[in-house]
Ligand binder design. Sequence first.
Ligand code: ATR
Length: 285
Amino acid sequence: MSGPKAFVVGWPIAHSRSPLIHGTWLKQLGLLGSYEKIAVPPDAFPAFIAGLRQAGFAGGNVTIPHKQAAAALCGQLTATAQRLGAVNTLWFEGDVLTGDNTDGAGFLGALDQDVPDWDKRRRDLAIVLGAGGAARAIADALLTRGFSRLIIANRTLERADALVRDIRDARCEASGFLGAQAALPRADFLVNTTSAGMRGQPPLDFAIDDLPEHAVVDDIVYVPRDTPLLRAASARGLRTVGGLGMLLHQAAPGFEHWFGVLPKVTPELRAIVEADIEADLEARR
Ligand code: ATR
């Protein structure tokens, strides 16, 4: 017996941390099963999906650039995946390939774990920096958790406009970075969903001096762990959430679908993944 088989598919996929995360959970929980990474180029993706059952997979994760194509190839989607038009988690319900998008749930799971009382406080205004797929999932998650107003601010205003049109919720408005800066004194929450601040990328050009003292600052970038944005927020004494928690929490629902147990995001798991990231950074120095 070798247990259920799962995968993460992307193009490229070499640097995915998902095998480490799921492999650690399998080991910690003493479960039989496997989780492998598979590189599939876009033109071969439909055939890959069509062959999943035949290959004996219980399901898997989907990452860049296949999340939207995967949504189109599923037999059914969760309500969240339908709203987002993108899927990161696949499993079979009977014979029906089913897709969910757990990025928003992962984002909320990390926030709930790291700042447990965040949604007991004022939730008048959240500012989301960026307008890509991650911004879409996070804006959706913040709306489900009761923010009365959301500013989606992007370096390129047109993309923020397009995202707000797509979300179709009167609580959302689009802005450039300057507009978001002007709204900072009224903001309760700020999240960076852009790749700025990531290793090898320029730092985010966005000063947070005008945020009120109760504001929470979240950065979904997890390499490095302390991005310039999070450092600036900590220096001001604001509460912060880093991106590693989102990566770990978004993985949990898939694991439960394939292997039958909802795994926990423990300090031990965080330490294992952090050590792996550190080793990678060290190797590149
Ligand atoms: P994903 O789907 O992973 O969220 P994406 O679609 O590649 O990412 O979008 C990347 C986001 O990061 C965009 O909002 C991009 O802004 P633009 O639309 O103006 O390009 C943002 N981004 C990337 N580098 C940035 C930088 N140095 N400063 C500000 N925003 C940046």
